[in-house]
Design a protein around this ligand. Sequence first.
Ligand code: ADP
Ligand code: ADP
Length: 222
Amino acid sequence: MNLLRCSALSKRYGNKLALDKVDLTLETGSPIALVGPNGAGKTTLMSLLLGFIKPSSGDIKVFGKQPGSTALLGKVAALPQDAALDPDFSLATQLALYARLHGFSNKAAAREVQRVLALVGLADAANALPKALSHGMSKRAAIAQALIGNPKLVLLDEPTAGLDPVNARHVRDLVTELAGDITFIISSHNLEELEKLCGKVLYLDHGKLSQAVDLTKPDSQA
Ligand code: ADP
Ligand code: ADP
């Protein structure tokens, strides 16, 4: 299924060209890595994908729709790098509220919370307060929130930054497990990790997409 189509996509902030005529077509499937130095335009591309900002020129379609359109509501989710739950309200309370905001009824919200907590291995922590969770568990709780409503595309910004190797491994395993149902776009500086996780790497530099390398086919460019 077509995930993303950008044609001559540009974004300007004042006279700063953050994205420069990006052409890109992606299909759903294995996780996709988004890499490039600071200032390359990664956050800008993610923000355009989410419909948080509008292109200056060119075109972007996610699942064939305009980002931010109601047709994509619930289909696209993002996990910001600093995503954190309120320390003082239980996971169940906060995730249920989030599910309610996504249109779930009270009863369905409670079921959805159980579903996503089970997916991330936190089924027993529903009543825990985030402040009592380890760093690794907090990250998984934030991922659980992003999974509410069963999105088809999930953007992860530095999902393992600041985690110890064991918890980073848990997060990677979780992504691999979920990758059958969800396409992930992962922005990270950890190239070794991305190589393990992702089927494709997008390199951005100075707002230009220099190449999209298919890791599943050695020496090929897609
Ligand atoms: P990355 O996520 O790869 O670090 P960004 O998309 O955040 O890159 O930024 C791309 C370029 O656009 C950088 O030069 C950045 O300073 C600039 N930029 C990003 N957001 C804004 C903004 N709101 N106003 C002005 N310049 C911005
Ligand atoms: P990243 O973690 O991807 O490198 P940044 O630290 O570059 O992100 O940017 C964080 C936020 O600040 C983004 O929302 C971006 O749009 C904004 N930003 C980045 N550069 C500028 C800038 N020169 N002027 C205004 N806002 C900026």
